[in-house]
Design a protein. Structure first.
Length: 225
Protein backbone atom coordinates (compact mmCIF):
# COMPACT_ATOMS: atom_id res chain seq x y z
CA UNK A 1 0.00 0.00 0.00
CA UNK A 2 2.87 2.37 0.81
CA UNK A 3 4.42 1.56 -2.51
CA UNK A 4 1.16 2.40 -4.24
CA UNK A 5 1.03 5.74 -2.40
CA UNK A 6 4.61 6.57 -3.46
CA UNK A 7 3.81 5.65 -7.04
CA UNK A 8 0.78 7.95 -7.00
CA UNK A 9 2.84 10.85 -5.66
CA UNK A 10 5.45 10.22 -8.32
CA UNK A 11 2.84 10.33 -11.09
CA UNK A 12 1.34 13.55 -9.71
CA UNK A 13 4.80 15.14 -9.58
CA UNK A 14 5.52 14.10 -13.16
CA UNK A 15 2.16 15.50 -14.32
CA UNK A 16 2.79 18.81 -12.58
CA UNK A 17 6.29 19.01 -14.07
CA UNK A 18 4.96 18.26 -17.55
CA UNK A 19 2.22 20.83 -17.04
CA UNK A 20 4.75 23.48 -16.03
CA UNK A 21 6.94 22.56 -18.97
CA UNK A 22 4.03 22.84 -21.39
CA UNK A 23 2.99 26.12 -19.82
CA UNK A 24 6.50 27.43 -20.28
CA UNK A 25 6.59 26.32 -23.94
CA UNK A 26 3.16 27.90 -24.62
CA UNK A 27 4.38 31.15 -23.13
CA UNK A 28 7.35 31.20 -25.49
CA UNK A 29 5.04 30.64 -28.47
CA UNK A 30 2.85 33.51 -27.35
CA UNK A 31 5.91 35.73 -27.02
CA UNK A 32 6.96 34.84 -30.56
CA UNK A 33 3.51 35.70 -31.88
CA UNK A 34 3.48 39.03 -30.02
CA UNK A 35 6.94 39.87 -31.36
CA UNK A 36 5.82 39.08 -34.91
CA UNK A 37 2.67 41.19 -34.53
CA UNK A 38 4.64 44.12 -33.11
CA UNK A 39 7.09 43.85 -36.00
CA UNK A 40 4.24 43.95 -38.55
CA UNK A 41 2.63 46.91 -36.78
CA UNK A 42 5.94 48.77 -36.85
CA UNK A 43 6.40 48.05 -40.57
CA UNK A 44 2.80 49.12 -41.27
CA UNK A 45 3.32 52.36 -39.34
CA UNK A 46 6.55 53.09 -41.21
CA UNK A 47 4.82 52.43 -44.55
CA UNK A 48 1.98 54.80 -43.63
CA UNK A 49 4.45 57.51 -42.61
CA UNK A 50 6.27 57.07 -45.92
CA UNK A 51 2.98 57.35 -47.84
CA UNK A 52 2.12 60.56 -45.97
CA UNK A 53 5.53 62.02 -46.80
CA UNK A 54 5.13 61.05 -50.46
CA UNK A 55 1.64 62.63 -50.63
CA UNK A 56 2.94 65.82 -49.03
CA UNK A 57 5.75 65.97 -51.57
CA UNK A 58 3.29 65.44 -54.44
CA UNK A 59 1.07 68.24 -53.12
CA UNK A 60 4.09 70.50 -52.74
CA UNK A 61 5.19 69.84 -56.30
CA UNK A 62 1.64 70.43 -57.56
CA UNK A 63 1.39 73.76 -55.73
CA UNK A 64 4.71 74.83 -57.20
CA UNK A 65 3.44 74.10 -60.72
CA UNK A 66 0.05 75.80 -60.40
CA UNK A 67 -0.22 79.01 -62.39
CA UNK A 68 2.75 78.39 -64.67
CA UNK A 69 3.01 77.40 -68.32
CA UNK A 70 5.89 75.05 -69.09
CA UNK A 71 7.46 74.64 -72.53
CA UNK A 72 9.57 71.53 -73.06
CA UNK A 73 11.27 72.89 -76.19
CA UNK A 74 10.54 74.92 -79.29
CA UNK A 75 9.33 71.90 -81.27
CA UNK A 76 6.89 70.52 -78.67
CA UNK A 77 3.34 71.59 -77.97
CA UNK A 78 2.86 74.10 -75.18
CA UNK A 79 1.65 72.58 -71.89
CA UNK A 80 -1.05 74.69 -70.27
CA UNK A 81 -1.42 74.60 -66.50
CA UNK A 82 -4.53 75.43 -64.48
CA UNK A 83 -4.64 78.03 -61.73
CA UNK A 84 -7.07 77.21 -58.92
CA UNK A 85 -8.46 79.82 -56.52
CA UNK A 86 -10.10 77.83 -53.74
CA UNK A 87 -13.38 78.63 -52.01
CA UNK A 88 -11.72 80.01 -48.87
CA UNK A 89 -9.39 82.36 -50.82
CA UNK A 90 -10.01 86.10 -51.11
CA UNK A 91 -8.04 88.24 -53.57
CA UNK A 92 -8.08 92.02 -53.57
CA UNK A 93 -6.62 93.19 -56.88
CA UNK A 94 -6.43 92.35 -60.57
CA UNK A 95 -5.53 88.90 -61.90
CA UNK A 96 -3.65 88.23 -65.14
CA UNK A 97 -2.86 84.67 -66.21
CA UNK A 98 -1.99 82.72 -69.35
CA UNK A 99 -3.25 79.44 -67.90
CA UNK A 100 -6.75 78.09 -67.41
CA UNK A 101 -8.44 79.49 -64.32
CA UNK A 102 -10.82 77.79 -61.88
CA UNK A 103 -12.25 80.35 -59.48
CA UNK A 104 -14.28 79.23 -56.48
CA UNK A 105 -13.21 82.02 -54.13
CA UNK A 106 -13.78 85.77 -53.85
CA UNK A 107 -12.09 88.31 -56.15
CA UNK A 108 -12.37 92.08 -56.10
CA UNK A 109 -10.61 93.22 -59.25
CA UNK A 110 -10.49 92.65 -63.00
CA UNK A 111 -9.54 89.24 -64.41
CA UNK A 112 -7.68 88.79 -67.70
CA UNK A 113 -7.13 85.21 -68.83
CA UNK A 114 -5.63 84.01 -72.12
CA UNK A 115 -7.37 80.63 -71.81
CA UNK A 116 -10.61 79.38 -70.27
CA UNK A 117 -12.26 80.40 -66.99
CA UNK A 118 -14.64 78.44 -64.77
CA UNK A 119 -16.26 80.58 -62.05
CA UNK A 120 -18.32 79.30 -59.13
CA UNK A 121 -17.37 82.01 -56.65
CA UNK A 122 -17.82 85.78 -56.42
CA UNK A 123 -16.23 88.42 -58.66
CA UNK A 124 -16.51 92.19 -58.38
CA UNK A 125 -14.79 93.29 -61.57
CA UNK A 126 -14.62 92.73 -65.31
CA UNK A 127 -13.68 89.37 -66.85
CA UNK A 128 -11.87 88.93 -70.17
CA UNK A 129 -10.93 85.49 -71.49
CA UNK A 130 -11.08 82.99 -74.37
CA UNK A 131 -14.11 81.05 -73.09
CA UNK A 132 -15.99 81.11 -69.79
CA UNK A 133 -18.31 78.85 -67.82
CA UNK A 134 -20.19 80.56 -64.98
CA UNK A 135 -21.98 78.23 -62.58
CA UNK A 136 -23.64 79.15 -59.25
CA UNK A 137 -21.59 82.36 -59.24
CA UNK A 138 -22.20 86.03 -58.47
CA UNK A 139 -20.49 88.54 -60.74
CA UNK A 140 -20.77 92.32 -60.79
CA UNK A 141 -18.91 93.43 -63.90
CA UNK A 142 -18.76 92.95 -67.65
CA UNK A 143 -17.81 89.58 -69.17
CA UNK A 144 -16.16 89.51 -72.58
CA UNK A 145 -15.03 86.30 -74.30
CA UNK A 146 -13.59 85.46 -77.70
CA UNK A 147 -15.53 82.21 -78.11
CA UNK A 148 -18.19 80.60 -75.90
CA UNK A 149 -19.81 82.07 -72.77
CA UNK A 150 -22.11 79.91 -70.65
CA UNK A 151 -24.14 81.37 -67.78
CA UNK A 152 -25.48 78.32 -65.94
CA UNK A 153 -28.19 77.81 -63.34
CA UNK A 154 -28.10 79.74 -60.04
CA UNK A 155 -25.70 82.33 -61.46
CA UNK A 156 -26.38 86.04 -61.01
CA UNK A 157 -24.66 88.50 -63.34
CA UNK A 158 -24.89 92.29 -63.17
CA UNK A 159 -23.04 93.57 -66.22
CA UNK A 160 -22.86 93.37 -70.01
CA UNK A 161 -22.05 90.11 -71.81
CA UNK A 162 -20.20 89.86 -75.12
CA UNK A 163 -18.79 86.95 -77.10
CA UNK A 164 -19.13 84.80 -80.18
CA UNK A 165 -21.77 82.43 -78.75
CA UNK A 166 -23.63 83.03 -75.48
CA UNK A 167 -25.92 80.64 -73.59
CA UNK A 168 -27.86 81.80 -70.53
CA UNK A 169 -29.61 79.73 -67.86
CA UNK A 170 -29.31 82.15 -64.95
CA UNK A 171 -30.03 85.79 -64.11
CA UNK A 172 -28.44 88.56 -66.17
CA UNK A 173 -28.98 92.28 -65.69
CA UNK A 174 -27.19 93.94 -68.59
CA UNK A 175 -26.97 93.96 -72.38
CA UNK A 176 -26.10 90.75 -74.24
CA UNK A 177 -24.23 90.95 -77.56
CA UNK A 178 -23.01 87.92 -79.53
CA UNK A 179 -21.43 87.76 -82.98
CA UNK A 180 -23.03 84.41 -83.87
CA UNK A 181 -25.72 83.22 -81.47
CA UNK A 182 -27.58 83.78 -78.20
CA UNK A 183 -29.54 80.98 -76.53
CA UNK A 184 -31.84 81.65 -73.57
CA UNK A 185 -32.85 78.46 -71.78
CA UNK A 186 -36.15 78.02 -69.95
CA UNK A 187 -34.71 79.16 -66.61
CA UNK A 188 -33.07 82.32 -68.00
CA UNK A 189 -34.05 85.76 -66.71
CA UNK A 190 -32.57 88.73 -68.54
CA UNK A 191 -33.00 92.47 -68.08
CA UNK A 192 -31.38 94.33 -70.97
CA UNK A 193 -31.10 94.48 -74.74
CA UNK A 194 -30.08 91.41 -76.74
CA UNK A 195 -28.40 91.50 -80.15
CA UNK A 196 -27.02 88.65 -82.26
CA UNK A 197 -27.20 87.03 -85.69
CA UNK A 198 -29.23 84.18 -84.19
CA UNK A 199 -31.40 84.32 -81.06
CA UNK A 200 -33.10 81.28 -79.53
CA UNK A 201 -35.53 81.64 -76.62
CA UNK A 202 -37.01 78.61 -74.88
CA UNK A 203 -40.49 78.57 -73.35
CA UNK A 204 -40.30 79.84 -69.78
CA UNK A 205 -37.43 82.28 -70.31
CA UNK A 206 -38.04 85.88 -69.23
CA UNK A 207 -36.74 88.76 -71.36
CA UNK A 208 -37.12 92.39 -70.35
CA UNK A 209 -35.57 94.48 -73.11
CA UNK A 210 -35.33 94.82 -76.86
CA UNK A 211 -34.20 92.06 -79.22
CA UNK A 212 -32.12 92.92 -82.27
CA UNK A 213 -31.30 90.26 -84.84
CA UNK A 214 -28.34 91.45 -86.89
CA UNK A 215 -26.43 90.00 -89.78
CA UNK A 216 -23.50 87.75 -89.05
CA UNK A 217 -20.09 89.32 -89.52
CA UNK A 218 -19.39 87.10 -92.57
CA UNK A 219 -22.65 88.20 -94.24
CA UNK A 220 -21.83 91.83 -93.58
CA UNK A 221 -18.43 91.41 -95.24
CA UNK A 222 -20.04 89.81 -98.31
CA UNK A 223 -22.65 92.59 -98.55
CA UNK A 224 -19.96 95.28 -98.42
CA UNK A 225 -17.98 93.55 -101.17
Amino acid sequence: MVENFKQALKEIFVLEKDSKSNSHNYSNKEKSKITAIEKKDKEHKENNEQKVQNNQQIKKNTVNQVGFTNKEDENTKETVQTTIISKDTKIMGNITTESNLVLAGHVEGDIECKKNITVSGTVYGNISCDSAEIESATIEGNIGVSKMLQIKTDSRITGNLSGNDIEVSGYVKGDISAAQSVKLNSNAFTIGDISSASISIELGAVVQGSINIKRAEKDQAVAKA
